[in-house]
Write a new protein. Structure first.
Lengths: 229, 229
């Protein structure tokens, strides 16, 4: 790389991000203990001194990768859905955005490293755990709100929140971008799977003032009603 | 420990199992690389020579822990459900048994090690992967069968199978046996969550010849029908 870019400049931010992504890939391949600072510098095309322009220490680098992963998550998934008034729409959009983040947004390495926060210790570990818990709490309270408003049937919010998370966060283990299932289909299937049996009134045309896409489950139900009639 | 029990005896089997559970706990705590054979022997209350009566090598031990985890899984989850004629009942019972295995049957350590099969290499890795794939294939083909028989609405079997797995295998990350949700409730909630929106005819009294427990989702649907009538 050329001479170090100015701190706070776009180039610096971009290179910093590239360092985090490259380090994440290497730590995933070799394991955190086995990947040396020299290895990481080599992989980034930097000298060790050059690398230390972007990071403070190896431990700090790991924390930075996790904070970077959580930044991207909050920016792309959590913040855009907070303003959605209807709790079910908020959850469905959140599911959509989180699935896209796992299939397209995050590198696989960041996803894996986020799962392995046990490597961190002390305050760093507490910091990442607190950020993750904020997401769980958002999900739990949104499920509670949806039950309270009669939008979904009664569920245990904790089980609903972690089932939602388990389905989504497991995706990186099996999904192949070049496979036969496009991410858009994955989103639709998972939304129908999860909310198909939960919603008490699937198409809330009154509430939103527009026609919502009717889920496959709702279609099946209306077919059954037709048969019964 | 006393003198070595006879190979193939109940005592040998029991001690062998105890060695695998103890080794799993240690490998989880320290990491596979950091946990030495001496550490594992100490934790088991055996000399190194005594430990080698139960294991062939450290690599082999890791493979054995995974095979042990898969043995317990097949014995407690997969085999008992294979003979259930109705595909939806087969999947629901499978979900119940797998949840109980994660919350009670497997130690947390075996669960975690099963997730981390990347540590294995070559033939050992292929062996464990093949055993895991058998489960995925069982789930996919059972979802296909349920669609074909009109028991559930159309779903992508691969998405359904991995959503089912993600919900269940994520449990070890958040579930606390001493927490406020008993495993029986967890099973009911997850079955309703997953199958509530899938089943086209929730209570198949004709097929099984007995009244099935009506899911909460089905109850909600019939309430809606009553309102609509």
């Amino acid at each position: 790389m050329a001479r170090a870019p100015e701190l706070g400049s776009d180039v610096h931010r971009e290179r910093h991000r590239a360092v985090l992504e490259t380090a994440a890939r290497l730590i995933c391949e070799k394991g955190y203990e086995a990947a040396s600072v020299q290895d990481i510098a080599d992989a980034c095309g930097l000298t060790k001194a050059g690398l230390y322009y972007y990071i403070r220490s190896k431990e700090d680098l790991l924390l930075e990768i996790m904070n970077y992963g959580m930044d991207v998550f909050e920016e792309r998934v959590l913040l855009p859905v907070l303003t959605i008034a209807d709790p079910v729409e908020r959850l469905k959009t959140c599911m959509e955005k989180n699935i896209f983040l796992v299939t397209e947004g995050w590198s696989k390495e960041v996803t894996i490293i986020l799962h392995e926060h046990e490597t961190l210790t002390g305050a760093a570990r507490a910091q990442i755990n607190a950020r993750k818990k904020r997401y769980v709490h958002f999900l739990e309270s949104t499920f509670e709100e949806a039950v309270r408003e009669g939008r979904i049937r009664r569920v245990e919010p904790r089980v609903a929140a972690f089932s939602f998370l388990g389905m989504i966060l497991w995706i990186y283990k099996w999904f192949r971008p070049e496979g036969k299932i496009p991410s858009e289909q994955l989103v639709r299937e998972m939304q129908d799977l999860f909310f198909g049996g939960l919603e008490t009134v699937p198409a809330r045309t009154k509430r939103t003032g527009k026609t919502e896409r009717t889920s496959a489950a709702a279609k099946a139900r209306s077919r059954n009603k037709e048969k019964a009639a």
